[in-house]
Write a protein that binds this ligand. Structure first.
Ligand code: 8X3
Length: 239
């Protein structure tokens, strides 16, 4: 069984779909419960796999810890954790930005990833197998103007991915970072507070990556033999 944080849209949903095609059982998280339930029903019907779902905020430490306690038997069966939850809010200059936006990005992108990872790792270490796939970004490698806090959270993910690999050496656990460039999902709409026009303008005159392009890299990394660790895949649109 593979756990995906936020599988209700974009890269998470595309990854769930591809893994379902591979016959993998899934545990899907998302905050939009209705959407999650209809995805669960559809994947069970179309692929005959097991799909469990849960709806909580990965940046809420208490909620994560309580969920992990209640689901400890299920967590023992987990083969992989895909840390997909993440967002950008705003593209303001650092001296003008909203501190609330910063907190949201740091809470979900960094703390949420850590809270979830911390709950899964003891189970992985015990059985000497498991795979953590972190969704980073090219924004973590190359900081861009007005990217500030978003870029910093993605650079943190990069550092944490490397830290995990070092701390987990010898445990049989694999750790991978997938670093996409521009992917057309709900990402820009969220970043610009629901402004569809502004979001569309980000991809004007070029062909962005699709969620499926990234999902394919995630699934390829997961399906390598146990002795192969894909460290990082950096993916840009050709444009
Ligand atoms: C998404 C890539 O370049 O839009 O992380 O920040 S970018």
């Amino acid at each position: 069984m593979i756990l995906i944080t936020v599988a209700t849209s974009g890269i998470g949903l595309a990854t769930a779909e591809l893994l379902a095609k591979e016959g993998k059982d899934l545990y899907l998280l998302g905050r939009r419960k209705d959407r999650l339930e209809s995805i669960q029903k559809r994947l069970i019907k179309d692929y005959g796999i097991k799909v469990e779902i849960s709806s909580f905020d990965v940046s809420n430490r208490k909620a994560v810890e309580e969920w992990a306690k209640t689901e400890s038997d299920t967590l023992k069966k987990m083969e992989a954790l895909i840390n997909n939850a993440g967002l950008a809010v705003g593209r303001d200059l650092i001296h003008e930005a909203q501190v609330d936006d910063w907190e949201k990005m740091i809470d979900v992108n960094v703390k949420g990833l850590l809270y979830m990872t911390r709950q899964l790792l003891p189970h992985f270490v015990k059985k000497k197998s498991g795979h953590i796939v972190n969704l980073g970004s090219v924004a973590g490698r190359w900081i861009y103007p007005r990217g500030n806090i978003y870029c910093a959270t993605k650079r943190a993910i990069s550092a944490l991915t490397e830290a995990l690999r070092q701390d987990l050496l010898g445990t049989g656990i694999r750790v991978t970072e997938i670093s996409p460039g521009m992917v057309e999902t709900e990402f820009s709409e969220v970043r610009f507070g629901g402004d569809k026009e502004k979001a569309k303008a980000v991809y004007a005159g070029m062909t962005p990556l699709s969620a499926l392009d990234i999902a394919e890299a995630v699934v390829w990394s997961l399906l390598r033999p146990a002795h192969v660790n894909i460290q990082e895949i950096v993916i840009y649109p050709t444009d």
